[in-house]
Design a protein around this ligand. Structure first.
Ligand code: PNS
Length: 165
């Protein structure tokens, strides 16, 4: 059984993330999408861990071999606990590579886990959750960049925040 993890913050999940998850699902027997729940960053998040995981579960319904879990602490500990041999990461551009290589080498120094880099599809190479949130906050149209139900929640959250500001 070949099991991989797709880790991230997914605040919120984008079509770029789903491109990588879907391709990982074709390469591995099982894929766990692991949502980092880093308490020190929680105030900067737009969505709670539960909201992020609910959106991911719905978005990953097309792939029966994909599950979604939250994790705290080290990703390598999560991999050991769940019998995961590979970390799958998308690379959008050369600018991603430096940090991703550093993390891959650090993770490999901690356990025997392998990191597999998948090139992001050109259609999504500019895409980042942080940019999606910024554009949505200023009223820009991001409806083609995230699943429809994520877009609805994003617009609603922006409106709530605007109303409370
Ligand atoms: O979507 P992000 O913010 O790029 O996701 C980053 C994430 C959650 C994948 C990364 O921060 C991570 O692996 N965090 C877990 C803590 C850890 O293992 N740190 C050591 C990395 S070498």
């Amino acid at each position: 059984m070949r099991r991989a993890v797709c880790p991230g913050s997914f605040d919120p999940v984008t079509n770029g993330h789903l491109d990588i998850v879907g391709r990982a699902a074709a390469l591995f027997d099982e894929v766990v999408v692991a949502v980092g729940v880093n308490k020190s960053k929680s105030s900067s998040r737009m969505f709670t861990p539960e909201e992020r995981m609910d959106m991911l579960r719905r978005a990953c319904e097309p792939w029966p071999n994909v599950s979604v879990r939250g994790f705290t602490g080290l990703l390598t500990d999560f991999c050991a606990e769940h019998g995961i041999q590979a970390i799958v990461k998308g690379l959008r551009a050369v600018s991603d590579f430096d940090y991703e290589l550093q993390m891959a080498q650090m993770n490999a120094s901690l356990t025997e886990v392998e990191t597999v880099f998948v090139p992001t599809s050109p259609a999504w190479s500019f895409l980042a959750s942080s940019l999606v949130k910024e554009v949505a906050t200023y009223g820009g149209d991001v409806s083609t960049l995230v699943p429809d139900f994520v877009h609805e929640q994003l617009v609603a959250r922006v409106a709530e925040r605007g109303a409370g500001a």
